[in-house]
Design a protein around this ligand. Structure first.
Ligand SMILES: *Cc1c(COP(=O)(O)O)cnc(C)c1O
Length: 424
């Protein structure tokens, strides 16, 4: 794809964009001038789908009118509300419907997955992670290690960037696997790194880890709704994600988990149990059935009854993904949008005031670019804010921007690059 830096070209890309009308399905926050902000923070909190209000209000209404009867007698009974999310979620992560469950929040799901899949022994107790991982993941994993009576100093193996580099080489993950593989119980990596935007080769990491006898799981917080995934086909053991970033399901929205069919159907796997993970045929026999019989699917990891009001917006948001035709057309636009952004930044900055630390290759990134600003980074960030750009600043000098294909435009990318170009 060849790009051009003039503004007409941005307009032309916009006019040719088959997904351009999806922007109208979202509420765009307004800036001081009354116009919509350039919202490049979808990697942090996605925009609100207009339909979210309707679906939440519908459930409030049902609560008011039917109360306890709504568990079974509503149009979408609360009792099985989570089932409405199953198929659209499975499509997004490339799973079979029996391999996914929407529940809890992300870090909680990581713990639930670790409860099943991190079963350390004296000889195999290590955990391989990427560095830097999102802090919540590091806290979760370290506490799991301690919970099992091991010391993170011995048990945690980190694959990080080499000195002077900012992203992680695939070969360095592989050499960590080679060196410690026999002692690694579990490999837990973020599918896309939150800081650099680097997308890892999930399929290859999975097969190499499993060859060494390790269980392998991914945190897909920055990958779901951003890049196509094929978790079943890649044979990933488990995964977890949140729904408020690229999935646009609202603050603290119900998260999700994937358990590969070969584990999901194994009722003998240890886990933390609760009534909603139990076989629905005996669930309501309550005190009559003290034995837990897990559902032979990812539902067997569900613990509590579904939180309807934080699930409803997710329904609205997943419907938008389906309407857009799924991840393939979204990814096609995303590659263009982010490629265009990179082109503009690089054509502007032959003077090396900036370094895009996100990998340049399409198959090693999603929509996010992390821009390391060498001169006056905070001033640039303030300028961006004043000009109506919503993006994110990581101390000491990295600006993260995530143009998303559902609601961002090529003109916004052009305008953003112009502000950056004028920075001194
Ligand atoms: C956003 C994010 C989280 C947030 O965790 P919550 O449990 O949803 O608060 C955790 N891990 C990663 C990698 C993230 O990107």
């Amino acid at each position: 794809m060849t790009f051009s830096a003039d503004e007409d070209f941005a307009r032309q890309l916009g006019a040719e964009d088959p997904l351009r009308h999806f922007r109208e399905k979202f509420h765009l926050p307004l800036g001081a001038d009354g116009g919509p902000l350039i919202y490049f923070a979808g990697n942090s909190l996605g925009l609100m789908p207009k339909a979210a209000r309707t679906v939440v209000e519908r459930e409030l209404d049902v609560w008011a009118k039917r109360a306890v009867d709504a568990h079974h007698a509503a149009d979408t009974p609360w009792y099985s509300y989570h089932e409405t999310l199953r198929e659209p979620t499975a499509r997004l992560v490339g799973a079979q419907p029996n391999e996914v469950i929407c529940m809890n929040s992300l870090t909680v799901n990581l713990h639930l997955m670790m409860a099943t899949f991190y079963r350390p022994t004296k000889s195999r107790f290590k955990v391989l992670m990427e560095e830097p991982a999102f802090p919540s993941d590091t806290y979760a994993i370290k506490s799991q290690i301690v919970h099992h009576g091991f010391d993170p100093k011995d048990a945690l193996v980190l694959a990080g960037p080499r000195k002077g580099e900012l992203t992680i080489r695939q070969e360095d993950i592989e050499s960590a696997l080679e060196k410690y593989g026999q002692q690694i119980a579990i490999v837990m990596i973020g599918g896309i790194n939150f800081f650099t935007g680097q997308l890892f080769d999930i399929e290859r990491i999975t097969s190499l880890s499993q060859k060494r006898g390790c269980v392998v799981g991914f945190d897909l917080a920055h990958a779901i709704g951003n890049v196509p995934l094929a978790l079943h086909h890649w044979n990933v053991d488990f995964a977890a994600w949140c729904s408020y970033k690229y999935l646009n399901a609202g603050p603290g929205a119900v998260a999700g988990a994937f358990v590969h069919e070969r584990h999901a159907t194994n009722q003998k796997l240890p886990r933390f149990a609760g009534w909603f993970g139990n076989d629905p045929n005996t669930r309501f026999r309550l005190h009559l059935e003290p034995e837990f019989i897990p559902v032979p699917s990812a539902d067997g990891w569900q613990i509590s009854n579904p939180p309807i009001f934080s699930m409803a917006p997710l329904r609205a948001s997943l419907a938008i993904f389906d309407e857009a035709g799924g991840m393939e057309p979204l990814r096609a636009k995303s590659i263009k949008l982010t490629g265009y952004l990179q082109f503009l930044l690089e054509s502007n900055h032959g003077d090396k005031r900036f370094t895009v630390i996100t990998p340049g290759e399409m198959d090693a990134r999603g929509c996010q670019l992390s821009i390391l600003v060498h001169e006056h980074p905070k001033e640039l960030f303030r300028k961006l804010q004043a000009a109506g750009v919503k993006c994110d600043f990581r101390e000491p000098n990295v600006v993260r921007v995530a143009p998303t294909p559902l609601y961002n435009t090529f003109r916004e990318v052009w305008r953003f690059a112009k502000i950056v170009a004028e920075h001194h």
